[in-house]
Design a protein around this ligand. Structure first.
Ligand SMILES: Nc1ncnc2c1ncn2[C@@H]1O[C@H](COP(=O)(O)OP(=O)(O)OP(=O)(O)O)[C@@H](O)[C@H]1O
Ligand SMILES: [Mg+2]
Length: 479
């Protein structure tokens, strides 16, 4: 279980360590077996030499018993000495107790054999009269040959068994290493290469405009974190794409609307001026006609304001940014709407005095007035409005929040409230341009605005504005 909690790097390192240890272990075991085998081969060579010398002893013994010559006896003695010397100089590497026991046995037999030979020589052997000693010599000589052959055979058998064991070890370790390598290969393929391949394919889909998130595997490792981070990025990209589409839509509608507004401005001015002239110059005018003309003038002024609002949105040259205290802008906007705030609506402003931003004071006041009037109109005389600073989305931003406890905005309408002419208010109450203009003003300040709403509980407009460069410097110095 704890193995599963290791991250990918640790798992790969663990796999490689196991592989190295297994390799090292196998190499050590094989080395040890080869050293033992080398010793055994030395013992076999020694046993073969000893066996050949014993054969020479037996050959010279046979000749001595056959021809009874001093020369053969001397040969026999010298071979016995040679064999005893060999036993004395037996390889020191022989540590096997059974081998040492067998060598001791050969030594004893050899010495007893020499005694019998000397006994026979002392008797002055001439081919007769020493049958018992001769029989003993032959019996001991025979056993000497068997013992030396047995020694060589035993050692050879041990070499064969070591070779078999070594073969088995090498085979099983090769199987183990192959399995480990296959395991590592599968791990790298399924845990790293496959997810990376999926990310690559999803990136290609994103490039085609398909913002489908990756399926997240619950592997609790870096790949899971990577996939989650990737999906967050996909979500963010999708929302940015929506914002871009929205911004493009607003921009093209804005261009169209400002063109129409420009065209309408002059005729509306003419109508308004004409009405005023008729009202001022014609004193005998009928009360009904006067009322109608006043209506025409007021509606024309309203239409002209709408047109001005549209023009305002598209006009660039009058926009002027300067360092202004945010609180000052808020106070200014509140002063202008204060007469419209019903007694049942509570107002709470919690914005510190030390926030200075680069703002166009008139436009930003207009923004706040629009938001405040919307909130007042939505709440129907009862509720509260809060203006406060929220947590910023980045250290170089200020987040101004205007929040009300009105009826809220249904989710399906949230994406449309910044569209021009979108209104839920009666024709004579709203034009649907308020938030459209607000959006444009905030964007001109290089800021961002979005709305959050819970139907039945209220609406929150979140305006993110960049801090002025001097303010950022001061903030950094303080921290
Ligand atoms: N605080 C709010 N609470 C509830 N709904 C709101 C709020 N602010 C805006 N809305 C909704 O968004 C719509 C668009 O607002 P917007 O300010 O653009 O136009 P309007 O207020 O209808 O008209 P105008 O501002 O031109 O007089 C409103 O009609 C209303 O439905
Ligand atoms: Mg409005």
């Amino acid at each position: 279980m704890s193995f599963l909690r290791l991250n990918i790097r640790q798992k790969i390192i663990l796999g490689l360590i196991i592989m190295c240890l297994a390799n090292g272990g196998i190499a050590l075991i094989s080395y040890n077996a080869l050293v033992t085998m080398r010793e055994k081969i030395g013992v076999v060579e020694f046993a073969d030499d000893l066996s050949n010398t014993i054969l020479e002893i037996r050959r010279s013994e046979k000749n001595y018993l056959l021809f009874n010559s001093e020369e053969n006896l001397a040969d026999n003695r010298s071979y016995i000495d040679a064999a005893l010397k060999m036993l004395e100089q037996a390889p020191t590497s022989i540590t096997d107790n059974s081998v040492i026991g067998m060598l001791n046995q050969i030594n004893i037999s050899l010495r007893s054999y020499r005694e019998r030979i000397e006994e026979l020589a002392a008797l002055g052997y001439n081919g007769n009269d020493a049958d018992e000693v001769v029989t003993q010599i032959r019996t001991i000589g025979k056993s000497l040959i068997e013992e030396s052959k047995l020694l060589a055979t035993l050692e050879r058998q041990q070499i064969i068994s070591i070779t078999d064991q070594l073969r088995k070890n090498i085979f099983s370790s090769a199987v183990f290493l192959i399995l480990l390598a296959v395991g590592l290969f599968l791990f790298v393929t399924f845990k790293i290469l496959l997810p990376l391949n999926m990310i690559e394919q999803t990136t290609a889909h994103i490039a085609e405009g398909n913002f489908e998130p990756l399926p997240v595997w619950n592997t609790r490792d870096e790949i899971q974190s990577l996939m989650e981070a990737f999906n967050r990025m996909v979500k963010e990209l999708e929302s940015r794409q929506d914002q871009l589409v929205q911004a493009q839509k607003l921009s093209s509608i804005g261009t169209l609307a400002s063109g129409i507004a420009h065209q309408l401005n002059n005729p509306l001015n003419n109508i308004s001026t004409s009405c005023q002239i008729v009202l001022e110059e014609n004193e005998q005018i009928l009360p009904f006609s006067k009322k109608m003309l006043t209506n025409i003038e007021q509606e024309t002024i309203r239409a002209r304001d709408i047109v001005r609002g549209l023009l305002e949105f598209s006009r660039n040259q009058e926009f002027f940014l300067q360092p202004v205290q945010l609180r000052e802008v808020i106070d200014r906007a509140l002063k202008l709407v204060s007469s419209q705030i019903p007694a049942g609506i509570e107002l709470d402003v919690d914005v510190p005095l030390d926030i200075t931003l680069d703002l166009d004071i008139h436009r930003m006041s207009e923004t706040l007035i629009n938001l405040l009037i919307n909130a007042i109109q939505a709440m129907d005389g009862q509720g509260s409005i809060r203006i406060y600073i929220g947590p910023p989305s980045s250290p170089t931003c200020v987040c101004l929040i205007v929040e009300d406890t009105g009826p809220g905005i249904p989710e399906e309408n949230l994406s449309r409230i910044f569209d021009p002419f979108y209104t839920t208010k009666g024709v004579s109450v709203g034009t649907g341009l308020g938030l459209y203009i607000v959006y444009g003003i905030v964007k001109k300040h290089h800021g961002d605005i979005r709305a959050e709403s819970t139907p039945g509980e209220g609406t929150r407009f979140i305006i993110s504005l960049p801090l002025s460069a001097t303010h950022v410097c001061k903030k950094q110095q303080r921290s």
